[in-house]
Design a protein around this ligand. Structure first.
Ligand code: ATP
Length: 503
């Protein structure tokens, strides 16, 4: 798993997808830059999400709110008082960790041990193996299960009561050690707010402190009235937004999985109180469909229902993706009740209500939120797509099997050789295609090497211009996945590619 992530990181850098931020100064921890191909991939994911929200739903519109917001926003949203992580230091390594993450990872170890027992037994029993029965009756499996559940209950209770001493006791009792020093010499657990703050203007009093937004959602809530009134929206309706968010994350590892500056794609859906569970279930299914529409096998995705709900939610789940380091959250779907609008009403003194023309009633709508990390989706796509493949002739190639619609370049235009007028002919083809498709033109190196390079960056089609092209205006079209090559007339290229790349 480690090597898989390392390979991914070096591939991302080698081909210009993702660089460490300000690398010439040795980088900045948990901050990354997107290179020439990474930005295209990211834009394609963003567009795929944006169009699916704003074009495919006539009752969803988009906005683009500022990153800086009035500081009271974050009082009302609860972030000033409650957007905190419980942190703990190891006295020997002097490393800082999130206590909750250490414990969650420890619980996952119980799961892995249980799975091992199940796998062993299923091999032994073959077809007649009954997993449920085995876990209920096998003493070893039962013991692991009971220990895990007891720990889980204790952990959830500690979080619910904000009992930091109890979190530390769990670390001690479960013998959870620091991955660096290997000791369990922990300090007490303390809360640490994740918001970055800065100063507005030159005034130095309290009121001038503002925050870099830690989520894009609040930009939507504070614009609820504006959009509802100017857009003549009728409940149920949604507001979508894509934008940067900032969190001073302590556990900053796993590449672009957890960054300090990242992008979120969020949609808040406003519904009539009492109908929220129906809409929650709707969006849960709808969002999973969106992921699967990219064509990645469904075994890479799973739902994780939350048993510990945030104070504002009455139902919540994640869509998890199988990253190189296991199943982890990619998207959150939350039923947020009227928590946000109600608090903004209290703090702003403005009525955050919807007037229902059918019943002539006014109410504060309930909200279903879908919130997905753009960078995390980039990571999910890269980690699924990158693979070494052995071909029929025994040779190997590096392939980035990205969904077509997301590939940074849709087509590469390649003159077979750099003479005999082939580059000029290739330029013509490039000119013809560039209006409709993201194209790459490349004339350097042998054709074999150029094909391999396009495979490694995920380009679905290569078009090769050869001597025959000069005679009959046909080119070779090579398919990334099947490696099949066909001859096709230049005048048919746009049509052919269009049928491959429709939304
Ligand atoms: P986690 O538990 O992983 O910290 P979260 O539950 O705090 O995530 P949300 O606040 O629900 O995350 O944010 C919604 C989405 O934003 C997440 O599903 C994730 O894809 C993305 N996201 C959150 N924090 C980060 C981060 N530090 N770096 C990259 N993406 C992030």
């Amino acid at each position: 798993q480690e090597t898989e992530l390392k390979t991914l990181i070096s591939h991302s850098k080698e081909y210009g997808f993702i660089f460490p931020s300000s690398e010439i100064y040795d980088g900045l921890s948990a901050v990354y830059d997107y290179g020439q191909l990474g930005v295209e991939l990211k834009n394609n994911i963003r567009n795929y999400w944006w169009y699916s929200m704003t074009r495919l739903h006539k009752n969803i519109v988009g906005i683009d709110a500022a990153i800086f917001m009035h500081p009271t926003t974050w009082k009302a949203s609860g972030h000033v008082d409650a957007f905190m992580d419980p942190l703990v230091d190891n006295k020997d390594s002097k490393k800082r960790y999130r206590a909750d993450v250490l414990i969650e990872e420890h619980i996952e170890k119980y799961n892995q041990r249980l799975q091992k027992e199940i796998d062993k037994a299923s091999k032994r029993f073959g077809d007649s193996f009954d997993k449920e029965l085995f876990v209920k009756t096998n003493p070893r499996a039962l013991e692991i299960l009971e220990k895990r559940d007891a720990l889980h209950r204790r952990f959830v209770a500690a979080l619910e009561k904000n009992d930091l001493d109890e979190l530390r006791n769990i670390l001690q009792d479960e013998n959870i050690v620091c991955p660096i020093s290997g000791t369990k010499n922990w300090t007490e657990v303390r809360y640490f707010n994740l918001m970055f703050d800065t100063k507005l203007g030159s005034v130095t009093d309290e009121a001038s402190v503002i925050y870099l937004r830690p989520e894009t959602a609040q930009g939507i809530f504070v614009n609820f009235l504006n959009v509802y009134k100017t857009g003549r929206m009728k409940v149920p309706f949604g507001i979508a937004q894509v934008g940067k968010a900032f969190r001073n994350e302590i556990v900053a590892r796993q590449f672009i999985f957890r960054m300090r500056e990242f992008e979120q794609m969020e949609m808040q859906f406003f519904v009539k109180p009492g109908t929220e569970m129906e809409w929650y279930r709707f969006w849960k299914e709808e969002r999973m469909k969106w992921h699967l529409s990219l064509g990645i096998p469904d075994k890479y995705y799973r739902f994780h229902d939350h048993d510990k709900l945030a104070h504002y939610a009455n139902a919540a789940c994640d869509i998890q993706f199988n990253f190189p380091f296991g199943f982890k959250e990619l998207e959150g779907i939350h039923s947020r009740t009227d928590f946000d609008l109600k608090n903004h009403e209290t703090y702003s003194g403005r009525k955050m209500q919807y007037f229902d023309p059918e019943t002539s009633e006014s109410y504060i709508p309930y909200v279903i939120e879908t919130s997905i990390g753009l960078d995390r989706t980039v990571l999910a796509m890269l980690s699924y797509a990158l693979r070494e493949e052995t071909l029929n002739d025994g040779s190997t190639r590096t392939l980035l099997k990205l969904p077509y619609i997301l590939a940074p370049a849709k087509v590469a235009v390649l003159p077979l050789v750099k003479k005999d007028g082939l580059p000029q002919k290739a330029e013509e083809v490039f000119e013809q295609l560039k209006w409709d498709f993201q194209c790459i033109y490349d004339e350097k190196d042998s054709i074999g090497r150029r094909y391999r390079r396009q495979d490694a960056i995920g380009t679905p089609y290569c078009i090769t211009i050869d001597h025959q092209t000069l005679n009959d205006n046909t080119v070779t079209l090579r398919d990334r996945d099947t490696l099949e090559q066909i001859r096709i007339h230049i005048s048919e290229l746009n049509n052919f590619l269009n049928t491959q790349y429709h939304y």
